[in-house]
Design a protein around this ligand. Structure first.
Ligand code: HSE
Length: 287
């Protein structure tokens, strides 16, 4: 049995800690035979544990403590600590591992609720579970979410060659926001979501670039964001935003402008990886 979980991008600008999309990069877990102790074969580096200390197994055992150990192969093309939901993908795979091996029969609602408690916010885990576009709210210890189709477009990822830890990127956010700014932030986010639901990507892209909740506070950690935004305007993209806590920046574009944008982005930084992705319509899958 194999479990596949898509990469995700959280926030989409003003949808901070609430909106997310699933993307066409994946974590795949292959469940092998039972063994005496958990063994995780992976090529993700020596810092990632290969035993029951791996986040995958910790998550699965928290949910189903009596699971029998198995040999597992873990393959991922989601870069670590780049803002593309790598840790969420492991958490979601761990929940699905427990769900399948432990016959828990979990609903998507239960999976999203459990994953959100671990992650602290739903904007990566919800689209990793449900696919496509998800708008979620986590408060009073309860997650409510709505899944919807995201309009067709190309998604160009500008992935810097350095990591940015979510903890560091959240550490620079302000503790408080004025009433005036909260109302403004809410209206920008509301129009962004309504425009997505209407299939109006030019308007959604415009709103994505007007976030006042997090991007401006993180600007000094991601100086490339401003330059990418200028290129996005020049070469006909719909809009750009910091993917999750960064450092990756996503540019949404009509396919006819993808090539020009990719060439321009490559000229910006030769160390960064420029990847053309698409919206993944499916969430976690079993093969
Ligand atoms: N909404 C989160 C943030 C996503 O921007 O910090 C990253 O975990």
């Amino acid at each position: 049995m194999k479990i596949r979980v898509p990469a995700t991008s959280a926030n989409l600008g003003p949808g901070f800690d609430s909106c997310g999309i699933a993307l066409s990069r994946y974590l795949t877990i292959e469940i092998g035979p039972e063994t005496r102790t958990w063994q995780i074969n992976h090529q993700l580096g020596s810092e990632i544990p290969s035993d029951e200390k791996n986040l995958l197994i910790k998550t699965a055992l928290d949910l189903a403590p009596t699971l029998r150990p198995h040999k597992i192969t873990m393959i991922s093309d989601i870069p670590i600590a780049r803002g593309l939901g790598s840790s969420s993908s492991v958490i979601v795979a761990g929940i699905e591992l427990a769900n399948r091996l432990g016959n828990l029969g979990m609903t998507p609602q239960q999976k999203v609720a459990y994953a959100t408690k671990i992650e602290g916010h739903p904007d990566n885990v919800a689209p990793a579970i449900c696919g496509d576009f998800v708008v979620a709210s986590y408060n009073n210890n309860e997650v409510n979410f709505v899944e919807h189709t995201f309009p067709d477009c190309d998604v160009i990822a500008f992935i810097p060659d350095h990591e940015l830890l979510t903890s560091e990127s959240r550490g620079v956010l302000p503790k408080e926001l004025s009433y005036h700014d909260a109302v403004k932030a809410s209206s920008i986010g509301n129009v962004m979501i309504a425009a997505i639901l209407n299939g109006n990507l030019p308007l959604a892209g415009k709103m994505m670039e007007r976030d006042i909740l997090h991007e401006s506070h993180r600007q000094h950690l991601v100086p490339h964001l401003k330059k990418i935004r200028t290129l996005c305007k020049t070469y006909g993209g719909y809009g750009s935003f910091l993917s999750g806590a960064g450092p990756t920046v996503l540019v949404l574009t009509p396919p006819e402008n993808t090539e020009k944008l990719v060439t321009a982005l490559k000229g910006l930084n030769h160390e960064a990886l420029i990847d053309v992705l698409s919206i993944e319509r499916e969430g976690v899958q079993i093969f």
